[in-house]
Ligand binder design. Structure first.
Ligand code: TYD
Length: 207
């Protein structure tokens, strides 16, 4: 079996950059890496981008087009494909799978939208548990600075409010799921990468 690592955090936490750096780190050590993400690039992921994330990141804030439940079900359907077609086969082949977001995103975001957490946990029970989840944590004020360029002005306050709730939810989830480890994402890219590598060495290789 391979190793399954997930990177989570609010928008603008630096997930994709750190996922890429971690993938390079493993490749330098001769491991075969599958770098993947949610929403995926499958038909389901495309449907989510069309129905839920219309207008980019802001679309999910107003979310007016479909119900919150339908939204959660779409993310779960996309994930089911992700698990069956990419994650499980890659792990079976002994590869390292690094996913930028996973079901913890559904718990943090859809819970923040007012859905019942236990329903969301049940809905995602099919999703294989990762060996390690790195939660990139930083104050919303900082993340907003990073994503500000991509935001619509009128949505700003609602974005800030949702991100605050999502951050809070992630921190609560870290108390419930022992595989979640919090990394301070406030530092520079290289420092955060070093912290992640130290965690991976400790948690996965017992160093
Ligand atoms: P994001 O990582 O920003 O993808 P991209 O960079 O491709 O646009 O994810 C898009 C948004 O979807 C983000 O705001 C978090 C949200 N999301 C959920 O609400 N639930 C989920 O289950 C997932 C995977 C993402």
């Amino acid at each position: 079996m391979g190793s399954f690592i997930v990177i989570e955090g609010i928008d603008g936490a630096g997930k994709s950059t750190q996922a890429r750096l971690l993938a390079e780190w493993f490749r330098h050590r001769g491991r075969e890496v599958v770098l993947t993400k949610e929403p995926t690039d499958t038909a389901f992921g495309k449907l989510i981008r069309k129905l839920v994330l219309t207008g980019g990141r802001e679309g999910i804030i107003d979310g007016a087009k479909i119900s919150h439940e339908a939204e959660a079900l779409l993310f779960a359907a996309d994930r089911a494909e992700h698990v069956a077609k990419i994650i499980k086969p890659s792990l079976k082949a002994g590869k390292v799978v690094i996913s930028d977001r996973y079901f913890y995103s559904s718990l943090a975001y859809q819970w923040a939208r007012g859905l019942d957490l236990e329903w969301l946990v049940d809905l995602n029970r099919f999703a294989v548990r990762p060996d390690l989840v790195i939660l990139l944590d930083l104050p919303v004020k900082e993340s907003i600075k990073r994503i500000n360029g991509r935001s619509i002005r009128t949505e700003f306050d609602r974005i800030v409010e949702l991100q605050r709730k999502v951050r809070e939810n992630y921190l609560q989830l870290a108390e419930r799921f022992p595989e979640i480890r919090i990394v301070n994402a406030h530092a520079g890219v290289e420092d955060v990468h070093r912290d992640i590598v130290a965690l991976v060495e400790h948690e996965l290789f017992g160093k």
